[in-house]
Design a protein around this ligand. Structure first.
Ligand code: AMP
Ligand code: GLY
Length: 422
């Protein structure tokens, strides 16, 4: 089969690595890809929102199956477009991607079907939103309803901050996605991510993982897309994974089918594990990044077979096989990220770092210039290791990090700390 992968991050390099190992694969293409993906796939410089360009390329290369990595093209309807053109693809559909595309929709759904989540209300008016925020105590959480490049959530520590956050959103601070907002109660606890594959009717659990969203050690500093992750995560023991399936994923799948928008795709459940049990923070309609990198290291089953079964509604009899080891990934980012940063610095030492036992290095924002690998984004590399436990995977990952010569980059030094503290 000819397969086209859409995206350019570390998540997509990990997906490319798993797809490249499939016995079903004839040739792998990627749009637009990065310097790491180029070693596994033929890359074409077409961005994920250029649907016409992607369809034309897919037809020219006789693509049998497309794998869509990022949220924007899914929420924008790329799955619908591919399928309308006769190209099978991983979803969800534009309609079902509302689980990531509208936070208000998800909150209403939770209320209707009894999924535990933070108390909330939806608003399209600042004065009413502020009045409600004052009833919730502090901190209080203000969210733009739509996609906002992962930045649409403000945790306000004071009533004045909450007021400013609400005004900021209604004044267009997050563009159109902030015209409607959700104001909700702050949940205390530890966050974890859980992933499932859904075929519209049936769901199969993937695995749990824990991300590190803050930029600096000790979970301090600004929020980022994710600075490191590991799987399995001790915060999600098997009993809690079962709860995730039974109390969150399966009821959501059933409700989406009843509403005429069956959910077919990877479903990412962001949980807050509170003293009253797990509660929903958010749904995403795709693999997490960098959580995908650790899941792919652990997955033994053939990814392409699994994704095709998901697309074809055949998950009922699927059994996934996993490595028992722990996978852990350390994100190396350009200094300045998640704020302003420079592009173009040269990265050396990747060959020797890759030779450390148990290591795979997945590229995110990289580009090849005259044979050298240069940084081309905020998050740049995912140094990923397998080990017998979190401690061994962590030690291997940082041994490899130490062999990478990139003065313009930085990483957290404590990925995995919550698991090691237990
Ligand atoms: P989201 O985009 O919904 O994942 O929100 C981004 C981050 O904000 C989450 O990963 C949490 O760390 C935090 N967050 C969102 N909602 C809440 C909440 N109700 N209570 C505490 N933290 C929250
Ligand atoms: N790692 C969080 C995300 O992919 O949104």
């Amino acid at each position: 089969m000819n397969v086209l992968l859409i995206g350019s991050g570390g998540r997509e390099h990990a997906l490319a690595w798993a797809l490249a190992a499939s016995p079903l694969l004839t040739k792998l293409y990627c749009a637009p890809g990065n310097a790491g993906i180029e070693d596994l796939a033929e890359c074409a410089p077409i961005v994920s929102m250029d649907f016409d360009g992607l369809v034309a390329f897919a037809k020219q290369k006789k693509i049998d199956f497309a794998v869509i990595g990022p949220d924007d093209p899914l929420v924008g309807g790329l799955w619908d477009r591919f399928e309308a053109e006769g190209i099978r693809a991983t979803g969800p559909s534009k309609a079902a991607a509302v689980l990531e595309g509208s936070k208000g929709f998800v909150k209403d759904l939770c209320r209707e079907i009894g999924i535990p989540t933070a108390a909330y209300q939806r608003f399209d008016d600042a004065a009413a939103a502020k009045r409600f925020a004052e009833t919730l105590g502090l901190p209080v959480v203000v969210k733009a309803d739509g996609l906002a490049l992962g930045k649409g959530v403000i945790v306000a520590e004071t009533a004045a901050d909450a007021g400013r956050a609400i005004d900021f959103m209604f004044e267009g601070g997050f563009g159109a996605s902030g015209k409607r907002i959700v104001v909700e109660e702050f949940m205390h606890g530890e966050e974890a991510s859980f992933f499932a594959l859904c075929d519209g009717e049936n769901a199969v659990p993937l695995a749990g993982a824990q991300d590190h969203k803050r930029a600096f050690d000790g979970d301090r500093g600004p929020n980022t897309g994710g600075m490191g992750a590991y799987s399995p995560a001790p915060i999600l023991p098997p009993a809690l994974e079962q709860t995730a399936m039974e109390r969150f994923i399966r009821p959501t799948l059933a409700a989406m089918a009843t509403r005429g928008m069956p959910y077919q795709g990877v479903l990412y459940l962001g949980l807050m594990v509170t003293k009253d049990g797990p509660k929903l923070v958010e749904y995403n309609c795709r693999f997490g990044d960098p959580e995908c990198q650790v899941l792919m290291m652990r997955l033994k089953s053939d990814l392409l077979t699994v994704l095709i079964a998901m697309r074809d509604g055949q998950l009922r009899n699927l059994d996934l096989r996993w490595r028992e080891q722990t996978a852990l990934t350390v994100v190396m980012a350009t200094k300045g990220y998640p704020g302003a940063y420079a592009k173009g610095s040269v990265i050396r030492g990747l060959d020797r770092a890759t030779k450390v036992e148990g290591i795979q290095i997945f590229h995110a924002g990289t580009r090849r210039v005259d044979g050298a690998i240069v940084a081309n984004g905020g998050r740049v590399l995912n140094v990923t290791a397998l080990g017998q436990d979190v401690a061994e995977a962590q030690a291997r990952a940082y041994r490899a990090v130490d062999l990478i010569d990139w003065p313009e980059g930085f990483c957290r030094g404590d990925i995995g700390w919550r698991a090691l503290r237990r």
